[in-house]
Write a protein that binds this ligand. Structure first.
Ligand SMILES: [Zn+2]
Length: 465
């Protein structure tokens, strides 16, 4: 079976067929770098990193580009407030973005182009749109002539008439039509600017992505992705600019990830529930945050709360405990016991994982398959006799699937309290079912990690040795 992908442009799931066999050209809209990223900004890098890893797992070579908006009104304002240079602010928050996303297991893009490095291409793009009469200069600004582009509204399913009647008509004498949007902004006093045929100025927001896509990936790409909030006007405008210029389809597939809520409310500065990624990472660990993000399908909304993150942590630990138990048994296992049936089961779980992920990158179901794998592993560990080959097959599949999702199932050097308690609970369970071999093994496993158990009348107590 091939990958099925929900295309926001056609509003249906389609079989993914790249332009060139075995290769994928993918562009993800990146952040405007004027602050630390909040948890909502962290979702696109995580989910599209998962998509990229899965495409690679399925044998595609992925060319992955994600931009930085490093000059914009918000950055200029932030620089002014901080009393710093615009470029210094942008550079600092680009570095912070890399720090946060790297902690969250996001691989760097093949290239992270910046607006300030793409100015000649942007000017050239705008000049050509003017030549083709899709754009016009007005008082040092340049605007896109929206109604001239026939397909306008196709991504967000709105017609020009809908937009006109729905829009508050701003009176702006510089524009021919209120639906026109800016491609180039004339410089204001004291602002950073570049020379252009229309005087000193800087690019509008939408044009940068059209110019970067064209520069780094070409006229048509396979997948263009971003948050749902970017679908209109940003992506609609990207399509208009690029397709007006080239006469070709800009992207064959459009992907949009869902919103994030905090305690069931929309995150906003005014509600005071604005959560920065690095704060939530410090509180819950980056590995748990990434795991939690992937427990929802990327198109679904996702709700953040401390309780839900704690739940995700327990889930992740269940997987880790299974892996560390398998490893421990491997150290003392010979090669005997029933094999074929278990090896078949393991390869069936791998197939199931692929089927779930092929269905529009359903990482939520992919993770459920990993829980099934942990359940089977624990069941196997209760067997009297175990075989090295089966244990290795379990561990190999855990590593393989964790790598595809970018999650960490190998426990760090030191066991966490909750992991110790999970193992003690499993030992209690083993003793209740009179599986003393397994119970002793867990005691030894904990002892290897320096954890000493004491059986008391009130139950099992433990301490770090
Ligand atoms: Zn963009």
């Amino acid at each position: 079976m091939a990958i099925q992908l929900y295309n926001s442009l056609t509003k249906k799931k389609e079989t993914f067929v790249p332009m060139e066999e075995g290769k994928v050209k993918m562009y993800v809209c990146g952040p405007t770098v004027y602050n630390y990223i909040h948890i909502g900004n962290a979702r696109p890098p995580i989910v599209y990193d998962m998509v990229r890893r899965y495409l690679e797992y399925r044998g595609y070579e992925v060319e992955f580009i994600s931009n930085f908006t490093d000059v914009d009104d918000k950055i200029i304002r932030a620089a002014h407030e901080l009393g710093e240079d615009v470029f210094a602010v942008a550079n600092r928050f680009i570095e912070e973005y890399h720090n946060d996303t790297c902690a969250l297991g996001v691989k760097k893009a093949n290239k992270h182009p910046r607006v300030t490095e793409t100015i000649p291409e942007i000017i050239d793009f705008v000049a050509k749109l003017i030549e083709k009469e899709y754009a016009y200069e007005s008082g040092g600004d340049v605007y896109f002539r929206t109604k001239k582009f026939e397909g306008y509204g196709k991504l967000s399913s709105q017609s020009i008439d809908d937009l006109r009647s729905g829009a508050r008509i701003e009176v702006d004498e510089r524009k021919e039509d209120p639906l026109d949007f800016v491609l180039w902004k004339a410089a204001k006093e004291g602002e950073v600017s570049w020379e252009s045929p229309w005087g000193d100025g800087r690019p509008g927001w939408h044009i940068e992505c059209s110019a970067m896509v064209k520069k780094y990936l070409g006229d048509t790409i396979d997948i263009h992705a971003g948050g749902k909030d970017l679908s209109f006007p940003h992506h609609e405008n990207e399509i208009a600019q690029s397709e007006a210029l080239t006469g070709k389809t800009m992207a064959n597939y459009w992907m949009h990830n869902g919103f994030i809520n905090i305690n069931n409310e929309k995150m906003s500065k005014s509600l005071g529930n604005f959560v920065l990624a690095h704060d939530i990472i410090r509180q819950h660990s980056a590995e748990v945050v990434r795991f939690f993000m992937l427990t929802a399908h990327y198109r679904s909304p996702i709700n953040f709360s401390d309780e839900l993150l704690d739940g995700a942590k327990n889930g992740l630990e269940r997987l880790r405990t299974a892996v560390s138990s398998l490893e421990h048994r491997l150290g003392e296992s010979a090669d005997y016991g029933e094999k074929a049936e278990w090896l078949t089961k393991i390869s069936q779980l791998k197939e199931t994982f692929i089927n779930e992920m092929d269905d529009d990158f359903n990482s939520a179901n992919g993770i459920s398959v990993m829980f099934d794998l942990a359940k089977e592993a624990n069941r196997y560990l209760r067997e009297e006799q175990t075989s090295k080959e089966v244990l290795q097959a379990f561990i190999a599949l855990f590593d393989e699937l964790a790598g595809v999702l970018g999650i960490v199932v190998r426990t760090q050097a030191e066991l966490l309290d909750t992991e110790i308690e999970a193992l003690i609970e499993e030992r209690n369970e083993a003793r209740r079912s009179r599986n003393f071999k397994r119970a002793d093994e867990i005691r030894d496993q904990l002892k290897d990690q320096g954890i000493l158990l004491e059986d008391t009348a009130q139950g099992v107590r433990w301490k770090r040795g």
